[in-house]
Ligand binder design. Structure first.
Ligand code: ATP
Length: 289
């Protein structure tokens, strides 16, 4: 039996460069894993089956669960003739822009690699991961990465300055990533993030510079549809965060704070003002070992 943590992620930047012939969008983004995480336990079973001991909001059919898809892909690819039972403690909000499903799938691949002693390299796991979703390879690696292509071409970049922390808020909306990309219109974007500048600010460990370089073009779609998200961003900054941005396709917003003490104060004030929000404090997580 093996227990493995699955970290969520936020996007420090997210730019869409264009639409590709295969239907995906070409993106360029700086991704950061965070310690808001799910916990998975995977054990071998004698029968050739995948047993899931978990409930994921909105996922009614077991075979639609990314955990099932990842386990099935692993067993089939490596001709493993036994099964697994997987239990999940779900802490990352679903359909939130925090890669909750992608990170569970990545954890299953990494966990099964260890459990069955396959000795696969990170590169091989990432190739497998890309078959499950665009964010899954990043979730295999974690840390701070520049992602290109449809999100699967990864390069490690400098980490955030030590000590900084995040407040995450999840409004009571579920936003589908497919819907957001479908409604994306480049002409409605006022400002694109400058990824080169973001990488330089990370290199310099300049938190104010990082905050000044945050940007996500998908805000034009999701905040366009749900303007209350802009009010949450403004409130987070008024309560002491340095900056706030939507993560991924949303609707979660993260705010960057100087340290965890400030993050706790900002989080408490948001909880106090908005009973309808899920509010979390988090810190950057490093790459998977
Ligand atoms: P992304 O990974 O693209 O950032 P997201 O964070 O917006 O996506 P997820 O929480 O990953 O959203 O969920 C996207 C969809 O995947 C959900 O609406 C749900 O239907 C489906 N899904 C399947 N398996 C899982 C799982 N184990 N956890 C969460 N969602 C899952």
């Amino acid at each position: 039996m093996i227990t493995i943590m699955a970290n969520g992620k936020i996007n420090l930047t997210l730019d869409v460069l264009g639409k590709r012939d295969d239907g995906y969008h070409e993106v360029e983004m700086v991704m950061q894993s965070i310690n808001l995480s799910d916990k998975l336990t995977i054990e071998k079973i004698d029968i050739c089956d995948i047993i899931l001991d978990c409930v994921v909001k909105g996922v009614l059919n077991k075979k639609d669960n990314l955990i099932y898809k990842a386990a099935d892909l692993f067993l089939r690819t490596y001709n493993i003739d036994c099964g697994v039972k997987i239990s999940l403690e779900k802490n990352i909000p679903v359909a939130a822009g925090l890669a909750g499903g992608s990170t569970d799938a990545a954890a299953v691949l990494c966990g099964m690699n260890d459990l069955f002693g396959c000795g696969l390299s990170v590169e091989t796991l990432c190739t497998l991961a890309a078959k499950l979703g665009s964010d899954v390879p990043f979730c295999v690696r974690g840390g701070t990465m520049l992602a290109k292509g449809r999100g699967e071409k990864l390069a490690p970049v400098a980490s955030l300055p030590a000590g900084c922390a995040f407040v995450l808020i999840k409004p009571q909306l579920g936003v589908s990533t497919a819907w957001v990309y479908k409604n994306y219109q480049a002409q409605r974007v006022k400002k694109h993030p400058n990824n080169r500048l973001m990488l330089r600010e990370l290199e310099d460990k300049n938190l104010n510079g990082v905050c000044g370089s945050l940007g996500n073009v998908l805000e034009s779609v999701t905040i366009g549809a749900y303007p209350q998200l802009a009010a949450y961003k403004e409130k987070l900054c008024r309560y002491g965060a340095k900056a706030a941005l939507m993560s991924g396709s949303g609707p979660s917003i993260f705010a960057v704070c100087e340290n965890i003490q400030v993050a706790r104060k900002v989080a408490d004030r948001m909880r106090n003002d908005y009973a309808e929000l899920e509010v979390y404090e988090a810190v950057p997580a490093s790459a998977r070992k």
